[in-house]
Design a protein around this ligand. Structure first.
Ligand code: PHE
Length: 472
């Protein structure tokens, strides 16, 4: 990186105004469609309780250590992922080894992969965010016009009109880009600080309403009673992929957030809080959806699950219109927060490496994401014939990205930080001053980074690969 680019990057990198602001933004990026839209349907596909337990264990044993690692990499290098990696291979003060090449060696590919994963996932994330926008508008208009909301009709309009999905995706990207182009502080901190807490409260109220349905007992049994025979060879990888996706690990996003952290923030505690909050919100989503699913005796699942079930609660309860509007607005804001996190990671990398302004980098990212989004946007119309064992193009793309590329990218970032960061700086950062983290915790974390995470991810990838060969 040239001197000029390095100095400009420093000038353009702002720190979080408040610690609260950081949590909100980091949780805001973690908390998104992954929790509300994806978690319920992959839990149904994997048979319920046993998968939920597996997911919680993976979140604590693999997600948490990797999250701490990424935040640390960002904080110690004060760079976003590509340039952090570049600096690790160049700078002796933070690098353990001095061997370096002009390109930063093979680790650079890991970082580049993370940014590519961000862009690819952003493109289909924007399509699902477009679905949320569609439901928000449909719910509003149909309730005002007829007082009734026809779920199936709204879904079939979406399914049949790929052009509509592309238009909604573009509108969503446009909104997100305007926010990112304005900058981190004003852009993210301000709006997340009111939408996030509001959503958590709203979600809690809706969960209570859903749990008062007669099907709640069966739903609780489905969600918490483990029947391990329901797990498949794909379940461990499904759990890992989802943990990484929902905690925003493997994208470089948390490296970027870490790079914006204040000197005094204690990373292990921050990582734990983010993991705990995010997992609780996913479980809330299950508690909201499963009583509705079981009550309506649905047999189907898949990406449409949230949209098929939730309106059934909203049309039944008192003040359903107000709750419905509030829910879809908050869900949209959560999707927007996550999309901003994804765009921000790509933009931060472009800022570190090019002379582009923040606005130029943001528009470039948006344009590429928009082009890439054409495929998932047309998955239910033009490409509706693409189907593998009942999974459409969108689900196939989702599986390849989240269960395939993402674990590899997460492992790469973890390897890179373990190999290249100076051990003393990492230890000092982990045990920083008045932190409650003990030496024992530190050695557990090292063990998880060196052994537990890589071995579990590689074994799960191998099991899924074996499973794939068997079904094909
Ligand atoms: N964690 C987000 C979700 O659960 C997705 C995301 C990944 C957002 C990476 C930002 C960065 O929906």
């Amino acid at each position: 990186m040239s001197e000029v680019a390095a100095t400009t990057s420093k000038r353009r990198r702002s720190l979080w105004g408040t610690r609260f602001g950081f949590y909100l933004a980091a949780v805001g990026s973690a908390f998104g469609l992954g929790n509300l839209w994806r978690f319920p349907y992959i839990t149904v596909e994997n048979g319920g309780g046993a998968f939920v337990i597996m997911y919680i264990v993976m979140a604590l044993a693999i997600g948490l250590p990797l999250l701490i690692g990424e935040l640390m990499l960002g904080k110690l290098s004060r760079r976003s992922v590509i340039s952090a990696c570049y600096r690790l291979s160049q700078d002796e003060t933070i690098s353990r080894r001095t061997r370096s090449t002009k390109t930063g060696g093979p680790w650079m590919w890991t970082a580049r992969l993370a940014v590519v994963v961000c862009l690819l996932i952003l493109s289909y994330y924007a399509v699902i965010s477009g679905w949320v926008l569609h439901f928000l508008m449909q719910f509003f208009v149909s309730q005002l016009k007829t007082g009734a909301f026809d779920v199936e009709k709204s879904l079939s309009v979406l399914r049949e009109h790929g052009g509509l999905q592309m238009a909604l995706m573009s509108v969503h990207l446009l909104i997100a880009l305007v926010i990112v182009a304005k900058g981190v502080q004003e852009g993210i901190e301000k709006w997340v600080s009111f939408s996030m807490p509001a959503f958590v409260i709203l979600l809690f109220i809706l969960v209570m309403k859903s749990l008062s349905l007669p099907s709640a007992t069966d739903a609780l049994r489905f969600m918490f009673y483990p029947d391990f025979t329901k797990l498949t060879l794909f379940s461990p990888l499904d759990a890992i992929g989802h943990v990484l996706f929902t905690l925003s690990i493997g994208f470089g996003t948390m490296v970027t957030f870490g790079s914006y952290l204040n000197e005094t923030t204690k990373i292990p505690a921050a990582g734990f809080r983010i993991t705990a909050m995010d997992t609780v919100i996913s479980l809330f989503a299950g508690l909201l959806i499963f009583p509705l699913l079981i009550g309506a005796a649905f047999t189907t699942t898949g990406p449409e699950l949230l949209f098929q079930t939730l309106p059934r609660l909203l049309v039944d309860i008192e003040s359903g219109f107000v709750f419905g509007m509030a829910f879809f607005i908050c869900l949209y804001l959560a999707a927007l927060g996550a999309s901003i996190g994804l765009i921000e990671s790509v933009v931060a990398n472009l800022l570190d490496f090019t002379r582009l302004t923040r606005a130029q980098a943001a528009w470039l990212t948006g344009a590429v994401a928009c082009l890439l989004g054409v495929l998932p946007a047309l998955s239910t119309s033009v490409f509706h014939n693409v189907n593998v064992h009942g999974h459409g193009l969108l689900e196939i793309l989702d599986g390849l990205l989240i269960n395939g590329l993402l674990p590899i990218s997460a492992l790469g970032i973890a390897f890179m930080m373990m190999k290249r960061l100076k051990r003393e700086s990492v230890q000092e950062e982990f045990l920083n001053d008045e932190s409650e983290a003990t030496e024992a915790l530190y050695s557990h974390w090292l063990f998880a980074m060196r052994w537990v995470a890589p071995v579990t991810i590689l074994v799960s990838l191998a099991l899924a690969f074996y499973g794939l060969i068997k079904v094909l």
